[in-house]
Write a protein that binds this ligand. Structure first.
Ligand SMILES: Cc1cc2nc3c(=O)[nH]c(=O)nc-3n(C[C@H](O)[C@H](O)[C@H](O)COP(=O)(O)OP(=O)(O)OC[C@H]3O[C@@H](n4cnc5c(N)ncnc54)[C@H](O)[C@@H]3O)c2cc1C
Length: 651
């Protein structure tokens, strides 16, 4: 009697180092005669209306986010995911198996399969899937478990083995035991190079149980039609979500995507090999804070998020290079010379990824809560949490300033990259054009929204969820919480990124901002590139920027004093003196200049938005006029250059 096992692929889109496939390929005792691998594009996370070809209506609500009502999965990840699914399908076909693609809720798709097999008198002995952390994913697991009970199939949830240190080895028996500070956790995990388990055998041709006969495999339920090619698949996924905001600007001529990579296990392996061969891994520690180009960091995040590659595969490839045992890397600089600063730093970052997931396990739905993990009693008084500004009247405090309608406009500009804050705008435009932006830029963007503008950080997290090609529920929401100061950053009260200083440090010649914000490209001085409103009227005129909203109404003005000495009230700002070829801005505020807590030279003086109404602080602008606005941001700023290996300073 045939006995089929259904393997529902999720964020484990690979054939190598895959516990389920490895088990089925190598264990002679599983008892299944057939295997049907399935991938379900989940209707609550991926918009599926593009798969309806007969004009009928989708039975599911649009896949939009809870707070901002953005698409859950925008065009970049939709394409990447489509490629990843197709690649695993082709890899399975290459070993004599295959993949059934299904569209709908996971529950509906599995029910339809179980019902269809039952109708044809076929036994489904088990449904297997990899356990995930997300609230929705866990509900899917419960739903599938109930269906299995109803249809008499065994349900098995396998461990998610795409992480660096395997769950069985982390030394924590309950999620509540996880330390709330990364450093403490890291110390329990060191030495990192010795921790990962071995990778698992890859199925060879003919080693997996065969597919059930095609005539027995139940069809996709109406009204969706399954795609017949990768092209169809990607088009159906992308079409409904490609116009994710009104008036998407044209791709800037001088800009180049830092993430031109395709999804899938095959591409992931190729990227990993190329990174080691080119010296990208060796140089990682010194390049990871770069902003431009494909080589400044690994760009493995999208593959890790979908499980196209595992952390331990990365680790073992590095070991082969470090130990000189894998001849693929024999020409690479550092071959056979042991762990180096670069490879060590990569392992360190992979541990951060593990930690974010473990925090998700510990805090569960608190990951999505405005007051974050810190809302927990263990972190103290909830009332002390910042009063977040909201674009929604019902969620805003009665005396919120700016008013909700103004916050809505600020958010639109934040998303579109027209705030007038160069680094933030460049990053947001890079994101909306490519689906990727660097870790450095992400930290600044999140800090700007949460700490400078004090806007409900979940809007930013959901915007990222829509647009990031590498969106990962634990890493995204965990990092947003961390930077917003409601997560597990032990120094969250004082940590605030100054995006002008950060731009000075990491975009030293302004190429990054000029590439993605072409309007400011003609401005000569860096300080003007990073905040266009600081340029002199004649410079603005020459650049065609006089009427730009980034100049006439910047969302935030940051007073940046390069020598760290706040100026005496009334003194003419030195940049107006215009001595020297590239004079850094040293604007000063008449009130409100606050030195950073540490010996930091950047000084942010005031939170000034021309969109704001109430005057609580007066500051002098580059044009010498008084500008008014609320005192909103935490006044101290800190130099957040994090040398790799100094984990407390941010994920
Ligand atoms: C506000 C914010 C949101 C973020 N959202 C995501 C997200 O949705 N998905 C995601 O994978 N990462 C996220 N990150 C973490 C980090 O920015 C990305 O992992 C990194 O930029 C991806 O590029 P890379 O693969 O070249 O990273 P590399 O610098 O090459 O790092 C190697 C790998 O380490 C892991 N890693 C590095 N930094 C972190 C970190 N801070 N937290 C967790 N894992 C890390 C990633 O898997 C990454 O691929 C976010 C960071 C911030 C500040």
């Amino acid at each position: 009697m045939p006995n089929t096992v259904l393997y529902i692929f999720r964020q484990d889109l690979r054939t190598r180092d895959n516990p389920i496939l490895s088990h089925l390929a190598t264990s002679g005792h599983h008892g299944f005669t057939h295997l049907l691998p399935v991938y379900v594009f989940p209707a609550n996370q991926v918009e599926l209306s593009g798969f309806i070809k007969d004009g009928s209506k989708s039975p599911y609500p649009e896949a939009r986010s809870r707070v901002g009502k953005y698409w859950r999965c925008g065009p970049y990840r939709a394409e990447f995911l489509g490629q990843a699914v197709w690649d695993v399908k082709e890899s399975l076909e290459a070993v004599g198996s295959g993949l059934a693609v299904r569209l709908g809720s996971v529950e509906d798709a599995v029910r339809s399969l179980l019902e269809g097999f039952k109708t044809k008198g076929q036994k489904v002995g088990a449904v297997w899937m990899t356990g995930l952390e997300g609230t929705e994913e866990r509900k899917d697991e419960r739903d599938v478990a109930s269906l299995c009970e109803k249809y008499g199939a065994q349900f098995k949830l396998w461990g998610d083995e795409k992480y660096f240190i395997d769950d069985r080895d982390i030394g924590i028996t309950r999620p509540s035991e996880l330390p709330d500070v990364f450093t403490t956790y890291r110390k329990t995990a060191e030495p990192l190079r010795e921790r990962p388990r071995a990778t698992l055998p890859t199925p060879t041709k003919g080693s997996l149980p065969p597919l059930p006969d095609a005539s027995l495999i139940p069809n996709q339920a109406a009204p969706f039609s399954t795609p017949g090619s990768l092209h169809d698949l990607v088009e159906s996924l992308v079409e409904p979500v490609k116009d994710f905001m009104p008036n998407i600007p044209a791709f800037p001529e001088a800009a180049v995507s830092a993430h031109p990579f395709k999804g899938g296990e095959t591409e992931a392996q190729a990227r990993l090999t190329a990174l080691i061969q080119s010296g990208g891994m060796k140089n990682y520690a010194s390049t990871r804070n770069g902003l431009l180009g494909t080589e400044f960091s690994t760009k493995l995040s999208g593959y890790l998020a979908q499980g196209c590659i595992t952390s331990r595969q990365i680790h073992h490839a590095l070991v082969g290079y470090e130990d000189g045992t894998d001849q693929t890397f024999e020409k690479a600089d550092g071959f056979g010379t042991g762990e180096n600063e670069g490879t060590k730093a990569v392992r360190f970052e992979l541990l951060w990824r593990d930690y974010m997931r473990l925090c998700h396990q510990k805090f569960r739905a608190k990951l999505f809560r405005l007051s974050g993990f810190k809302g927990d009693e263990a972190y103290g008084d909830e009332a002390k949490a910042p009063k977040w500004k909201s674009p929604v009247k019902e969620q805003a405090l009665a005396d919120q300033d700016p008013k909700p309608a103004d916050i809505a406009r600020i958010l639109e500009r934040f998303n579109a990259g027209t705030t007038g804050m160069g680094l933030i705008d460049a990053s947001q435009r890079e994101l909306l054009h490519t689906g990727y932006t660097s870790n450095r830029a992400r930290q600044n963007v999140a800090s700007f929204l949460a700490k400078h503008l004090e806007i409900d950080w979940r809007y930013g997290a959901e915007w990222y969820e829509m647009l990031l090609v590498d969106y990962d529920v634990s890493s995204n929401w965990g990092n947003w919480q961390y930077v917003a100061g409601v997560g597990n950053d032990p120094r969250s009260e004082i940590r605030i990124f100054n995006p002008v200083k950060q731009a000075m440090d990491y975009d030293k010649d302004g190429t990054y901002v000029r590439s993605w914000v072409p309007e400011v490209a003609k401005l000569e001085q860096l300080v003007n590139v990073f905040q266009a409103w600081t340029a002199l009227p004649e410079e603005l005129k020459a650049a065609g920027l006089e009427g730009s909203i980034m100049v006439t109404d910047p969302v935030k003005k940051i007073i940046y004093n390069v020598d760290g000495k706040p100026q005496k009230p009334g003194k003419r700002p030195p940049h107006m003196v215009r001595e020297g070829p590239l004079l850094p801005m040293a604007h000063t505020a008449e009130e409100g200049v606050v030195e950073a807590p540490q010996a930091v030279k950047a000084v942010e003086a005031v939170a000034v938005s021309a969109m704001a109404s109430e005057a609580t602080i007066r500051a002098s602008s580059s044009r010498g006029e008084l500008i008014k606005g609320p005192r909103s941001a935490v006044p101290g700023v800190e130099d957040l250059r994090r040398p790799v290996g100094v984990e407390d300073a941010g994920a």
